[in-house]
Design a protein around this ligand. Structure first.
Ligand SMILES: Cc1cc2nc3c(=O)[nH]c(=O)nc-3n(C[C@H](O)[C@H](O)[C@H](O)COP(=O)(O)OP(=O)(O)OC[C@H]3O[C@@H](n4cnc5c(N)ncnc54)[C@H](O)[C@@H]3O)c2cc1C
Length: 459
């Protein structure tokens, strides 16, 4: 095992390759496209560029190893969720643009599935959809509103349907279920297998990946590293939650940690009691997001937000492990599924999400400088990063495709507030979400905290 990467997450622990670092950048280099970051965003961009033009000289520069960041550690929902609501997109870009965005996201799930098959990436792909539970009348109202919003954009029950309590329970037998929603647009995957498989696939297409190569600064035509300077007509920033470390980007994207646990493999009779027969991914309609999947080896991988934001947008390994958040996840799991009360948790980990100030992901290129970027996916980057990679490729190649006309292209999020305001705001929002859930559970009514949270998130 190289440099302890296996202990990063359950997924790294069970990926079948040795996780050894590829060679670092040996010195100065001239290429056509330099991509900073070997997560899904960087690798999808490389993949589609190399597929479109095999003469392009493409280098991916990665501080650690491919899949070190969120791409190797996530919940494994390859979903059609876009990190800005339909309501927000309709408000800011118009109804047709919001519809086009949602359609593009639906198609993205199948695009990823197609590449997974074509490149023979064994990432345990299972397109079982997502079931979101409503566990109180208030949560049911949120589910109904989500379905109403989908209908108002012309999306039917094939895309998102409301479930009765019995229908929801037949998919996932949690406690207190009063209803829910189901969408078929999601696949459960083993995220590290996807990102490692993608790295191998781009190398087969002639892309060079330099690992152990941190980029200190990005400027028009250059990415500077301690090992040498990479000159390129286009430099792509694909550094998501780590972006604040780059010169000049301290306030661009705030890293917030999402944490997960995985249980030991469950017995068939335990799965009989819980459900998820088609490996549907699942969550519910509370304010503090929770998410889960049944893994291919029959564990329950379960995560949630709730870890604090760290002053100055710092990202340190110890922030991946918050005992209080792990304990809370364990408690929520037992609350949802009392039959799993005694089940052993074998892995616990976390990683940084990237949050832009307006909670809206974006992708774009500055034609004058050749600098391109993609990210700000909040917690929905598995599918969205594929759409980003295809879009950045089209932008670099100057293609006038449908993708480059989607409303997130060229969007510029405002900068985060300077510290200590950022720290105060982020952690206050977190508290609001927790209080909101507590008040709602006690009173059954929407809380002011949840309304204030909506305003902070600009939903
Ligand atoms: C616990 C957790 C659960 C999640 N669950 C889901 C989910 O179920 N579904 C979903 O859609 N999304 C989920 N997400 C979010 C999703 O994983 C991310 O949005 C997505 O992986 C982002 O991909 P990326 O390539 O942009 O960033 P990353 O995967 O973070 O990759 C960035 C890479 O850049 C490298 N890097 C950074 N700075 C530099 C530098 N200066 N020089 C060189 N290299 C650098 C990093 O080492 C890293 O490898 C989750 C995230 C976490 C942490």
């Amino acid at each position: 095992m190289a440099l302890g990467y296996r202990s990063l997450s359950y997924w790294h622990d069970t990926v079948p390759d040795p996780l050894e670092r590829r060679p670092s950048l040996p010195g100065d280099l001239d290429v056509d496209v330099a991509i900073v970051g070997a997560g899904y965003t960087g690798l999808w961009t490389a993949y589609y560029l190399a597929a479109a033009d095999h003469h392009l000289r493409i280098a991916v520069l990665e501080r650690e190893i491919a899949g070190f960041g969120a791409s190797g550690r996530n919940g494994g929902w390859c979903s059609a969720l876009f990190p800005a609501s339909d309501h927000k997109l309709t408000r800011t870009a118009g109804r047709e643009a919001a519809i086009a965005m949602r359609r593009a996201m639906h198609a993205t799930v199948d695009e990823v599935g197609g590449v997974v098959r074509a490149e023979e990436i064994d990432c345990h792909w299972s397109k079982g959809g997502t079931v979101l539970l409503a566990r109180s009348p208030l949560q049911l109202r949120r589910a109904e509103q989500e379905v109403e919003a989908a209908r108002s954009l012309g999306f039917g029950s094939d895309d998102l349907c409301l479930l009765s309590a019995d229908e929801a329970r037949s998919m996932l037998a949690a406690t207190d279920v009063v209803g829910g929603t189901y969408t078929p647009h999601c696949a459960a995957i083993h995220p590290a297998r996807l990102v490692r498989g993608l790295a191998a696939a781009v190398e087969r297409r002639g892309v060079r990946i330099f690992e152990g190569t941190g980029v200190d600064s990005i400027a028009p035509g250059v990415a500077r590293t301690a090992n040498g300077v990479v000159r390129a007509a286009h430099v792509v920033r694909a550094t998501e939650g780590y972006s604040a470390r780059l010169q000049g980007l301290r306030r661009a994207i705030a890293p917030v940690f999402s944490l997960m646990i995985a249980t030991e493999p469950l017995a068939p009779e335990q799965w009989e009691a819980v459900g998820l027969a088609r490996r549907q991914t699942f969550g519910d309609y509370r304010n503090v997001i929770i998410y889960g999947q049944r893994t291919a080896d029959d564990r329950l991988a379960f995560g949630g937000r709730g870890a604090p934001y760290h002053f100055g947008s710092r990202v340190l390994p110890e922030f991946d492990r918050e005992p209080a958040v792990f304990a809370n996840l364990r408690r929520v799991l037992a609350e949802l599924f009392p039959v799993l009360g005694e089940v052993r948790v074998t892995h616990a980990w976390g990683g940084p999400l990237g949050i832009p100030r307006d909670w809206c992901a974006s992708v774009g290129i500055d034609r004058a400088t050749g600098l391109a970027w993609a990210g700000g996916y909040v917690g929905d980057g598995v599918g969205t990063s594929n759409l980003a990679g295809r879009t950045v490729a089209d932008l670099i190649l100057g293609r006038d495709s449908e993708l480059v006309r989607l409303p997130w292209v060229g969007h510029r999020s405002p900068a985060w507030e300077p510290e200590p305001l950022r720290w105060l705001g982020m952690n206050a929002a977190l508290r609001l979400a927790f209080w909101g859930d507590r008040v709602e559970a006690r009173t059954g009514r929407p809380s002011r905290a949840a309304a204030a949270l909506d305003r902070f998130l600009g939903r």
